[in-house]
Design a protein around this ligand. Structure first.
Ligand SMILES: *Cc1c(COP(=O)(O)O)cnc(C)c1O
Length: 454
């Protein structure tokens, strides 16, 4: 008997609205507050940086927000994305569990990030913005935004942390191919960049500094340029919910419902997009899926951080958000999952974790790469290091089913391919990747520096 492997939706089944979990929360998430006044921030505080349509989405309590046709037209270039039944991985693990994975690596930039980049570029264009400036670490967000701005005929300026600019030249080439201008940060293009270079001409840069450069460019543009973020914010998470809404329909096609779902969480956007439509099923319809966020043991914000107000960035330029945080002064160990090295986590993900709707698990990078290679050798796809964290947890759950004989349905999210991460695989194959456990004392130390908010 042939076994169905791919669950493919027709284009007509691309979701026509984004799902906003704020409409279904049993109690609202804590407000974002201004670090000076300690009052909740309002739309006016954000207006210099973001277009009004996105600011309104950030605070919206509407359950569904219609996806504009021009955005759907771009989504159709790769959506719906496939859901796979991992028959070969199941067989290799010899587990009675049924394993499925959603795959976002088929987008032009190779990850889930274009789902929000396209939406953000569209709303900026609508409001007359000519160019978007942003920062990028390893280059995933920069490449997604370069793709999206190009589609809408806009300019894109990317401030890329200098060390990555030098070490990841092909992500930079991708951005150039889509017409973006990429600056190694710190750069000569901004005042903060020139000051940093004057202080230390050989600096390798930091994400905080790159943010400062992009924000300066926007603030001095007289409204012609805006800023854009690829994770953490409510509207970014909402744009990603096309993923989970498709998974609901695809699991119906498969005739199963997930007992366990796993996604990786850095800032929380791919996890939220994958999981929030299922969290709604828990809140509204009482379904009892276990939903697990996988994070690195080197940056364990959910499993070791504290739920307090903190800055979103190292340079303390953002408003204060209540989140599970390791402290904004957190200096991540150089693990290969660059997208998971954030000190905090999306406030909506944290709120759901605090209320017990989701779980979290921290995993070390050697077992993560073991899982990645197992996946490549069974399912064929070479996953990025970030989703390999989810894979590790999913495989561990499948092995528990083997022990107990339970036939659970486990669905995990492979949010991107690893074709630009082969240096990380090489390091793993060479042996001796360090495993880091972030020390508890460091969390205490960094949290002592936080602003105290009642
Ligand atoms: C950016 C990125 C992440 C981390 O960001 P989230 O907002 O947590 O999704 C994870 N995986 C991939 C492939 C990414 O590009």
């Amino acid at each position: 008997m042939s076994q169905q492997t791919k669950f493919i939706l027709p284009e007509s089944e691309i979701p026509e609205a984004w799902y906003n979990i704020q409409a279904d929360l049993p109690r609202p998430a804590p407000p974002v507050i201004h670090p000076g006044t300690l009052q909740p921030i309002g739309p006016d505080d954000l207006a210099p940086l973001f277009p009004m349509a996105l600011i309104m989405q950030e605070v919206s309590q509407e359950r569904y927000i219609e996806i504009p046709d021009p955005v759907l037209d771009v989504y159709r270039m790769w959506r719906p994305t496939p859901l796979f039944r991992a028959h070969r991985l199941e067989k290799y693990l010899d587990t009675p569990a049924h394993l499925y994975y959603k795959y976002e690596g088929v987008s032009p930039a190779g990850s889930h990030k274009p789902n929000t980049a396209v939406a953000q570029a569209f709303y900026n264009k609508e409001e007359g913005v000519r160019a978007i400036a942003t920062e990028t670490g390893a280059g995933q967000w920069g490449s997604a935004l370069s793709f999206a701005t190009n589609v809408f005929g806009m300019d894109c300026e990317v401030y890329m942390v200098r060390i990555s600019y030098q070490q990841k030249p092909y992500r930079r080439s991708m951005m150039n191919a889509w017409g973006a201008r990429v600056y190694p940060s710190p750069s000569e293009a901004t005042g903060v960049g020139r000051a940093a270079l004057a202080a230390d001409p050989d600096t390798t840069g930091s994400l905080g500094l790159a943010i400062s450069e992009a924000v300066e460019v926007v603030a001095t543009s007289g409204g012609a340029k805006k800023y854009s973020l690829g994770s953490v914010l409510n509207h970014v998470l909402m744009h990603q919910t096309v993923i989970g809404q498709e998974v609901i329909k695809q699991m119906e096609m498969a005739g199963e419902y997930p007992d366990i779902m796993v996604g990786c969480a850095g800032g929380g956007s791919n996890f939220a997009g994958f999981a929030f439509p299922f969290v709604r099923e828990k809140i509204v319809n009482g379904r009892d899926t276990r939903i697990i966020a996988a994070e690195p043991s080197a940056a364990p914000s959910l499993t070791k951080g504290q739920y307090v107000y903190d800055f979103g960035d190292t340079s303390k330029m953002t408003p204060l958000m209540k989140m599970y945080t390791l402290g904004h002064s957190f200096i991540p160990a150089p693990i290969h999952a660059g997208g998971l090295r954030y000190h905090g986590m999306a406030p909506l993900v944290c709120h759901l974790y605090d209320m017990g709707y989701i779980e979290a698990r921290a995993v070390r990078q050697n077992p993560v790469f073991d899982a990645a290679v197992t996946f490549a050798r069974t399912e064929g796809i070479i996953p990025a290091p970030e989703p390999s964290h989810a894979l590790r947890v999913a495989i561990d759950e499948a092995l528990k089913c083997k022990e107990s004989g339970e036939k659970k349905t486990i669905v995990f999210h492979v949010c991107g391919h690893g074709h630009f991460d082969m240096a990380a695989y090489d390091a793993y194959f060479a042996g001796g990747l360090p495993d880091y456990d972030y020390p508890e004392e460091e969390v205490e130390r960094a949290l002592a520096e936080l602003p105290q908010i009642a």
